[in-house]
Design a protein around this ligand. Structure first.
Ligand SMILES: Nc1nc2c(c(=O)[nH]1)N[C@H]1C(S)=C(S)[C@@H](COP(=O)(O)O)O[C@H]1N2
Ligand SMILES: [Mo]
Length: 378
């Protein structure tokens, strides 16, 4: 009789290095894309001092593309990671568990890789649903763990390089002349994993790649839902912005020549129309038509020097996104507006009435709503 402690026996070829390599072929690139686009996002949102004033404002769809890829590659990685873990989990039962210092270190790096990867995909996915069931701040922790995962992944690829090389091509090591026959079970498994990754991608990617919006099944946001056919991340009520009285509204432009404008004065200035997306860090993107006053026109009138940074402050009194800053590339771009109208009508309160920032190639979180003040920074 088998003792209760004896390890399970795994038959068949689905838990072998060849299957693990085949899945890794897709999982590795998904993680690489996710990591690089995540770096771009982090850099655009929290630029260090020096480059902050030099971030490019073009292409106007740049951030939409990188953030769309970030969320799509992360979502596609979920079934790939699950399949990979299922393929390799018999290794948990390997005996003896520890053989040498080198072996122990390798197992430790795998533990970091698995825990980190599961953590990143889980927190990222919940973040797209704006659900934060944890006691830490999402952005810095998601960012820090990404480095851990990448470090552990590079180590893992280095340790496994001989095996990966041996199983990458269709020829098996040793019997160089003979192509390895992938049995029907391996082919079915890989086809199912590929189909699962394709299916979750196709049924979610419409949240940023709007031509596929009709296929959306699982994405938390539909790009058409929301006032004026544009989603809202934080409503006026949630931001604690009360009813804004038109007669009391003032836009203050603070620079070498400080001035302020009433709403009627703002509406009387030359108006421009642009088509630009809101590309939310939480994964949805949607283009819209915005009409308003060019930020560069407002700044010139305040005597702003050409290379000055600009701070945009909301009438919202509390909350993380009430203030944003932009470098001169964004501030001077003719597409950057203080928008008063959206898709042909006055801004809805939830979209930032009476005035909101809209700029090209910029994370949604920095497109400040309910703007009350522009400030030229020295
Ligand atoms: N003042 C202020 N502006 C803000 C926010 C906010 O919470 N407060 N949220 C930002 C986020 S996260 C996004 S994605 C966009 C959403 O703009 P929309 O509601 O017009 O679609 O507004 C941004 N501007
Ligand atoms: Mo956002």
């Amino acid at each position: 009789m088998k003792s209760r402690l004896s390890p399970p026996v795994f038959k068949g070829g689905l838990h072998d290095a060849r299957t693990a390599t085949s899945i890794g072929r897709w999982l590795g690139p998904a993680f690489a894309v996710c990591f690089l686009t995540g770096l771009v996002s982090h850099f655009m949102q929290h630029p260090p001092d020096w480059p902050a004033n030099h971030l490019p404002s073009r292409p106007s769809w740049g951030y939409r593309l990188t953030q769309g890829l970030h969320v799509a590659s992360g979502i596609a990685a979920v079934p790939l990671l699950l399949a990979k873990l299922w393929t390799v989990y018999p290794r948990l039962f390997e005996r003896p568990p520890l053989r040498s210092v080198k072996h122990a270190l390798e197992r430790l790096s795998i533990a970091v890789l698995v825990a980190g990867a599961v953590f990143e995909l889980t927190t990222g996915l919940l973040n797209t649903a704006q659900w934060y069931p944890w006691p830490f701040s999402f952005v810095p922790v998601h960012y820090a763990v990404a480095w851990l995962v990448v470090g552990a992944m590079v180590l893992h690829l280095a340790v496994k390089a001989p095996e990966i090389r041996a199983h990458w091509s269709r020829r098996s090591p040793g019997t160089l002349a003979l192509p390895v026959q992938d049995g029907p079970d391996r082919r079915s498994l890989l086809a199912a994993v590929g189909a699962a990754a394709g299916a979750v991608t196709l049924t979610t990617v419409g949240q940023s790649f709007t031509p596929l919006k009709d296929l959306i099944l699982f994405a938390p946001r539909h790009p058409d839902q929301g006032p004026q056919s544009l989603p809202v991340n934080r409503t006026a009520a949630a931001a604690g912005v009360g009813r804004i009285v038109d007669e009391e509204y003032r836009l203050v432009v603070d620079g070498p020549r400080r001035y302020s404008l009433t709403l009627d004065e703002l509406r009387a200035l030359p108006q421009h129309e642009v088509e630009l997306p809101i590309a939310c860090v939480e994964g949805w993107s949607k283009s819209a038509h915005w009409t308003g006053v060019r930020i560069v026109d407002l700044l010139e009138r305040a005597g702003s020097p050409p290379h000055a940074r600009v701070r945009v402050t909301s009438l919202q009194l509390r909350g993380g996104y009430r203030v944003s800053e932009m470098g001169h590339e964004h501030a001077r771009d003719p597409l950057t507006l203080l928008a008063l109208r959206l898709n042909g009508a006055e801004l809805a309160p939830d979209h930032g009435y009476p005035a909101r920032l809209i700029a090209p190639n910029r994370p949604g979180v920095l497109q400040t709503k309910w703007v009350g003040r522009l400030e030229v920074l020295a």
